[in-house]
Design a protein around this ligand. Structure first.
Ligand code: BTN
Length: 251
């Protein structure tokens, strides 16, 4: 592919007909010392993984399923969490450009269209060190195939294209550009924040959050902390949040 070029981020792109999980394939490659820039895509995953231990299931060829191996070794470890915001930002901006739909980012790492979930991102750290970035984006998924009524796809949003190769190429381009900028800035979030804030569906919204321990928190998502955590203004004061399931409340 033309995306694999000397000096570029992508060193190798493999497209598999079927695999268990592209994140599992890339994690194994990371553990065996593969350099950054490997990208593995699949037409179908028999046991796709989602965030918070969930599964991610899509009918064959209905979604773009891919995982990238990144090694931002020039970036201090404390700034690696920003990758979790950089990736959805790259996906949302690429989709806006080629598919011409108003994609937004939901904290921490979903891509939405008017509050319907278009794409999910799963970031896994591997010793070595490496980050495995998994992207699942619904392309031709039909209404009757949705895992949840709040899911959507490029086709359901009447996107300008539903060609998986076109969308994949756009995402890989944007991801490489934003990643390179961020690495060159030694992980400084200032290269991400203005665009992230502009495309955020979460900042400024009233939210309800399920914490990892099963309790709930309500308030207004007011800002991002220096380390990428989401700050919720609650009745008891500001609470920075590292992980959790955010529900956007109306308005
Ligand atoms: C989420 O929303 O919970 C994240 C979903 C991430 C799914 C993608 S599909 C490609 C890659 N391989 C996996 O097993 N998961 C990610």
């Amino acid at each position: 592919a033309r995306l694999v070029k000397p000096g570029g981020l992508w060193t190798r792109i493999d497209v598999l007909a079927e695999t268990e999980s592209t994140n599992a394939v890339v994690t194994a490659a990371a553990r065996s010392g593969t350099p950054e820039g490997l990208l593995v895509a699949a037409e179908y995953q028999s046991s796709g993984r989602g965030r918070l231990g969930r599964t991610w299931t899509t009918p064959p060829r209905s979604a773009l399923l891919m995982s990238a191996l990144l090694r931002p070794t020039a970036v201090p470890a404390g700034r690696w969490p920003w990758l979790g915001l950089l990736v959805p930002l790259a996906v949302a901006s690429a989709v806006r450009r080629v598919a011409e739909i108003p994609a937004q980012v939901k904290w921490p790492n979903d891509v939405l269209v008017e509050d319907r979930k278009l794409a999910g991102i799963l970031l896994e750290r591997v010793d070595g060190p490496a980050a495995v970035v998994g992207i699942g984006l619904n392309v031709t998924l039909r209404a009757d195939e949705r895992p949840l009524p709040t899911a959507t796809s490029l086709a359901l949003e009447n996107a300008a294209t539903t060609d998986r190769a076109t969308v994949m190429a756009a995402i890989l381009r944007d991801l490489a550009t934003r990643y390179q900028e961020w690495v060159d800035a030694e992980g400084n979030p200032s290269v991400i924040l203005p665009d992230y804030e502009e495309l955020s569906a979460t900042l400024g919204r009233s939210v309800r959050v399920e914490l990892p321990d099963g309790t709930f928190l309500e308030g207004v998502a007011s800002a991002l902390a220096d380390d990428g955590r989401l700050v919720i203004d609650t009745a008891d004061g500001p609470r920075p949040l590292a992980a959790g399931d955010v529900t956007h409340l109306r308005p």
